[in-house]
Design a protein around this ligand. Sequence first.
Ligand code: NAD
Length: 482
Amino acid sequence: MSPGKISTLDFDKFYNIIDGKQRGSDQIHHGVNPTSGEKLWDVPIASEQDLNDAVAAAKKAFPAWRDTPIEKRKELLGQLAEAFQQHNDEFVTLLCKESGKPKKFAAIEVGGVAAFIGYHCALSIPSEQFEDEEKTVYTEYSPLGVCAAICPWNFPLVLSTGKVAPALLTGNCMIVKPSPFTPYTALKFVELAQSILPAGVLQVVGGNNELGAAMCSHADIAKISFTGSIATGKKVMQSAAKTLKRVTLELGGNDASIIMPDVDIKKTAPEVVMGAFQNSGQVCVATKRIYIHADIYKEFLQEMVNFTKTLKVGNPDDGDNMLGPVQNQMQYERVKTFFQDSKDKGYTFAAGTADVAAAGNKPGYFIQPTIIDNPPNDSRIIQEEPFGPIVPTQPWTDLDEVIARANNTNTGLAACVWGADVEKASAVARRLEAGSVFVNSWEKLTPRAFFGGQKESGIGGEWGTTGLLAYCNPHVIHVYKL
Ligand code: NAD
């Protein structure tokens, strides 16, 4: 296919893309539409040979792509963003089918693709130099080579392209492995890219967890950028250690929101609810523990409950729906255990009901958003990440104590502080052990700022200028004067 040509894409057929070409497989799997439980299209599972071929094609493509001037790489990425936008509606429909998210939110995710690419294309790779009497020392950043992106199912498109854009911009080749639960949009995005990018620069291999593991131990892959659970992240790091691969691990979180006593209750409570239930709580940076000052606890919780009751849950096409289903059955069953545990322990359901099935909208994996009022510190709902629409609230009185409570977790992805006194709220934000802290907003990530977790929420990070360096080796050239 000639550069610049916009391909005609068939949104009913899905392939692995290896060395610029579509490839099927003897082994097939399929996603499930979470709103209906219906089987979606067949997708090929890449074999070991497919992975080896993709790595070989990327290795072959790498020198020319690395040596392509960055302005030219940006131009091609810009063309890719434009070509993608021409298929905007098809990608929205596809994303709704594979993820179940309401159309308006699927549209935001699809819109995020061009925004992520466009923003990255506005960046420059940083460099430094210093000079003394005898030499000039240049610190430059060169690409790593063949990188792999292992992606989760909650934002299948934007989290994949959020890895592709910085990797390709910095001169790397990238092989994407989507989640087996949501392979479709990522497969199609990479297929679309073949009309613009040289063969081997961007490839995709669909498959299961074993394929991800094979990527992590592949000798010719220089870096794994992984987004997913903490448990899998640890496995990725362990197997990557054998070849000393670079890793970026974007993992789970248990984000705290601290509500100061001076907040505007009516305005803030709905926002805090959105932070907890965005994408039905299936967000790494969703608010997962809410600490409300005791003086306003009752009133604030009541406002949260009132707003939560207005959130409509249902299929993507009803424009009023704010929340879709849980994305897959495995996750649905897991989220239900938090309901059962809360019911068994006798916790108070301030909003929602202990009986998920009664609230659901069978046959999809629907769960009504649910608030648990003041469960104990050692409860599962406080200690673990449910990754679904259920969130606990607790009161606090002493600032030092609540900061300690918020920090008392093995995770450190994001957090929020809400207060009318912005300086005071910002001072609290600086004491929270999390990679990104939001003051007077729920967790709204932007490609313009670095994103990564502290503690077990990850290693390294991506996005922003600092994020570009995650795809580079520092390359220091010491030039002595003659
Ligand atoms: P997961 O860890 O089950 O799977 C993520 C990806 O890893 C999938 O593509 C999967 O096939 C692959 N995989 C599974 N086993 C593997 C192995 N042994 N080696 C290599 N790859 C393997 O995670 P998930 O259920 O898809 O996503 C949910 C989790 O991801 C939540 O904990 C959430 O908080 C986290 N998450 C984090 C971020 C972030 O940016 N920090 C963003 C979204 C989701």
